[in-house]
Design a protein around this ligand. Structure first.
Ligand code: PLP
Length: 532
C-alpha cells in the first residue's frame, strides 16, 4: 500500500506485484510519488500547511506549487525569483474578459483563461492528455457558449472517434443478423460480434469468450443473474446480502426476487468515510445465506469496495457472489481470474462504448447452472411443441436479435483503452482524483461526501446554503456538466443524512485545468474568491 494525504493506493488495484512498482508508475504522474519520497503523513514536524505552503519544520507540500509570472513553469525549472516548480503547474494568467467569451456567446459568469484550460499538462502513459482529448470529438462541443467540461462520467462516458467510426463501418459494410444467414454479410457480422466477445474476455481476464454474455447493460445483467441463476435456489426465509452502497440496479431486482420467493435482504453497512465495515459484512453470513451482490465502486461516493476480501468471505461460506463493475471497469484493470467473482457485470456506455450493450461475465459452472433468462430465437438447439433444447452458454442467455453493432463498438472501445493501458488510466485518474480532492476541499462551505481511503473517479459533495439544483445549473452555465441528485443510490446517501449530492466524476480525458475551473466556479458560487 502507498499512501499520500488523500489516497491509499493498493498495488493490486493496478495489477502490479508490489508497492515499489506502483510508486515507480505513479512517479510519472506526480512527484509526490517519486521513488523514495516519504509518505507525507509521516514527515516529521509537519504541521498544517495549505496548498503550496511550507509547513512548519516540514517539507514543502509537493504537487501544488503556483508560479507567479503568468507562464507555465516546466518541471524542475525555477520561477523567476521563486521556488523550483516540481509539478509543471500553470500560473494564473490574466486575460481580459472580452478575450474569454466567444463573440455572440452569452457571457460566462465564471470566466477562466481559455488558453490554460486545455493546455498540455499531463500524459496518460506515453500519450499526452491533449492527444487523448482530440480522440473524443464531443469534447470540442460548446455548451452555454463555452467549451464542454464533461465531469459526468459516472453517468456515461464520451465516445472516442474510433468507436463512432466502427459503428458506421459496421452499418455500411457488415450489417446482417448473426449466426443465421449463409451469406457473406452474415459471416462478416458474426465474425465482428464474436470477435468483440473475445476482446472483452481478454480485456477482463476471463478464461474463455463463452464466459461473456451480451446484455443491454448492468441493469439487465443483474436482473439476469437474479432471475436466471439465484431464483431457482431461493426458499422463504433465505437471505441475500447486499451493501448500503448499491445502485438501485443492484437493489430493486433483488427486492422483486424477495417478493416472489419470500427471501430476505441483508445489508452490509459502511463507516462515516463510506467504507464497507468488513466485520459487519462477515457477521451477516449464516446458514440461510444464498447469494451476495455488491458493487466494486460506489457511483454515489466513489468508494472502492474490498471485493477480494468480500469474495473470499462469501466463498468461505459456500456462497456465490456477483460484483457490479459498472463504475470500476473503466477506472482500473480488472482480472476475473484474480478477482474470483462468480459473476461480474458492467455497461458498455460507461467504458467509452455505445449504449444498449453490456456484459455479464459468469464462471462456466454458474452459467451452466443458470436457467435461460428469456426464450426465443438464437438460444435454442431444437424446438418442438413438446420441449425445447437450449444451446450452451452464452447463447442460452441471448434470445432474439441482440445489439450487434453496439457489441462490436464495445469491442473497439476496449481495444482503445487497452492501447493506452488500464494501469496508466488508473494511475492518471488517481492523481487527478487526489488533485480534485485537494482543490474541492479548499472551497468554502463545501463538504465532500465519501472520503474512503480507496476511491475512484467520484467527488460527491454538498455546498452549504446552495441547493443541488442551483449548483448544477450554475456549473452548467459555465459549460461544466456534473450530476446533481440522488444518483440512483438513495440508501447510500441517506446513510449520510442526505437526499442528494453534486457529483463531478472523472475520466482520463479530464485535466487538472478542468478541476481548477470547477473549483473556481464553486468558490464563486460559495461567495468566496476564486483561487489565485
Ligand atoms: N450499477 C452502478 C454502480 C451504476 O453506477 C450504474 C449506473 O449508473 C448501474 C449499476 C446501472 O447501469 P446501467 O444504467 O448502464 O444499466
Amino acid at each position: 500500500m502507498i499512501t499520500n494525504r488523500y489516497l491509499a493506493l493498493d498495488p493490486k488495484a493496478y495489477g502490479l506485484p508490489d508497492a515499489e512498482e506502483l510508486r515507480t508508475l505513479l512517479a510519472a504522474y506526480s512527484p509526490e510519488f517519486s521513488p523514495g519520497a516519504p509518505d507525507k503523513e509521516r514527515i516529521p514536524g509537519r504541521g498544517k500547511a495549505s496548498y503550496g505552503e511550507r509547513p512548519p519544520g516540514g517539507e514543502r507540500v509537493l504537487g501544488g506549487e503556483q508560479a507567479t509570472d503568468g507562464e507555465r513553469i516546466p518541471y524542475g525549472e525555477r520561477v523567476p525569483g521563486g521556488e523550483r516548480a516540481t509539478d509543471g503547474a500553470y500560473a494564473p494568467r490574466v486575460v481580459p474578459l472580452s478575450a474569454r467569451t466567444p463573440a455572440g456567446a452569452p457571457e460566462n459568469p465564471y470566466p477562466v483563461p481559455a488558453a490554460d484550460l486545455f493546455a498540455p499538462s499531463a500524459r496518460v502513459g506515453n500519450v499526452p492528455v491533449e492527444k487523448i482529448r482530440a480522440d473524443f470529438p464531443i469534447l470540442e462541443e460548446k455548451v452555454s457558449g463555452h467549451r464542454l467540461v464533461w465531469l459526468d462520467n459516472a453517468a456515461t462516458t464520451q465516445k472516442p472517434r474510433r468507436v463512432i467510426e466502427r459503428l458506421e463501418h459496421y452499418y455500411r459494410h457488415e450489417n446482417s443478423n448473426v449466426h443465421r444467414g449463409a451469406h457473406t454479410l452474415a459471416e462478416r457480422s458474426t465474425e465482428a460480434y464474436e470477435g468483440a466477445r473475445e476482446k472483452i474476455a481478454r480485456f477482463i481476464g476471463a478464461p474463455d469468450s463463452d464466459n461473456i454474455v451480451f446484455v443491454r447493460g448492468t441493469t439487465e445483467g443483474i436482473n439476469l443473474v437474479a432471475q436466471a441463476y439465484v431464483k431457482q435456489f431461493l426458499r422463504p426465509g433465505d437471505e441475500i446480502i447486499l451493501t448500503v452502497l448499491e445502485h438501485h440496479a443492484n437493489i430493486v431486482p433483488w427486492q422483486l426476487l424477495a417478493e416472489e420467493s419470500g427471501a430476505v435482504l441483508r445489508v452490509a453497512p459502511v463507516d462515516d468515510d463510506g467504507q464497507i465495515i468488513l466485520s459487519a459484512y462477515a457477521d451477516l453470513f449464516n446458514s440461510r445465506t444464498r447469494f451476495v451482490s455488491a458493487s466494486h465502486v460506489s457511483n454515489a461516493l466513489g468508494t472502492v469496495a474490498p471485493v477480494e476480501e468480500m469474495i473470499a468471505l462469501a466463498h468461505s461460506h459456500g456462497t456465490r457472489i456477483c460484483i457490479d463493475g459498472a463504475q470500476s471497469v473503466s477506472h482500473m484493470p480488472v482480472d476475473m481470474r484474480a478477482m474470483d467473482a462468480d459473476f461480474f457485470v458492467f455497461s458498455g456506455h460507461k467504458i467509452y462504448g455505445p449504449t444498449g450493450i453490456g456484459v455479464v461475465y459468469g464462471k462456466a459452472d454458474v452459467l451452466e447452472a443458470a436457467r435461460p433468462y428469456q426464450g426465443g430465437g438464437n438460444m435454442i438447439a431444437d424446438v418442438t411443441f413438446a420441449e425445447t433444447v437450449y444451446r450452451e452458454a452464452p447463447a442460452k442467455f441471448e434470445a432474439g436479435t441482440g445489439s450487434i453493432a453496439d457489441a462490436v463498438g464495445l469491442g473497439e472501445a476496449v481495444d482503445y483503452v487497452s492501447s493506452i493501458g488500464m494501469q496508466h488510466i488508473a494511475a492518471y485518474e488517481q492523481e487527478l482524483l487526489a488533485y480534485g480532492t485537494k482543490a474541492l476541499s479548499a472551497v468554502p462551505g463545501l463538504t465532500l461526501i465519501g472520503t474512503a481511503a480507496r476511491k475512484a473517479s467520484v467527488l460527491s459533495f454538498v455546498s452549504a446554503g446552495h441547493s443541488l439544483e442551483e449548483v448544477g445549473k450554475r456549473l452548467s452555465a459555465a459549460g461544466i456538466a456534473v450530476r446533481a441528485g440522488h444518483h440512483c443510490a438513495q440508501p447510500a446517501l441517506r446513510r449520510f443524512g442526505l437526499e442528494g449530492t453534486v457529483r463531478p466524476s472523472l475520466a482520463f480525458y479530464n485535466t487538472r485545468e478542468e478541476i481548477d475551473l470547477l473549483a473556481d466556479v464553486l468558490s464563486k458560487i460559495a461567495g468566496g474568491k476564486a483561487r489565485p
